[in-house]
Design a binder for this molecule. Structure first.
Ligand SMILES: [Zn+2]
Length: 143
């Protein structure tokens, strides 16, 4: 599994390399695993005007290589978490065509990113339990 703190801290050095893509892809995989969902394919492909998408038809997460490089670490993390939420929604039987799931993903991605990076410092790799912890399944408390 990836260390989110390390990935975030070193993003500017990794950006443009396979490691940056592998890092955010691993983050998505770790979240799916942690939340108890199935893994999905994660690929790097040119997208028209988005940094990343969840492809409903093929059930995969796609990152755009140029956008991943250009848009900065906050956007890259937000993308990974946002599309992972869509994958989880899809596996939960949610109809992704509506506005509700998109609103939920936008709302949750920001708070999950803050939770994920809480306790991270830019200089140190954290001890376990002090930053970089995967946030819990956000739907656990929903009856
Ligand atoms: Zn979305």
């Amino acid at each position: 599994m990836t260390n989110p703190c390390e990935l975030y801290a070193n993003w500017d050095d990794l950006v443009g390399t396979d490691e940056a893509f592998e890092g955010v892809a691993d983050l998505a995989r770790d979240l799916l695993d942690h939340w108890g969902f199935n893994q999905v394919e994660i690929t790097l492909e040119d997208l028209d005007d988005e940094s990343c998408v969840y492809d409903i038809i093929n059930e995969k997460i796609i990152f755009d290589p140029d956008e991943l490089t250009a848009s900065g670490r906050d956007n890259a993390f937000d993308c990974a978490i946002h599309e992972t939420i869509h994958a989880a929604q899809d596996q939960s039987g949610v109809d992704l065509g509506g506005f509700g799931p998109e609103f939920e993903a936008q709302l949750l991605a920001g708070s999950l990113a803050s939770e994920l990076l809480a306790g991270c410092t830019s200089e140190e790799v954290p001890e376990s339990g002090s930053g970089g912890n995967l946030p819990n399944n956000p739907w656990q408390s929903i009856p």
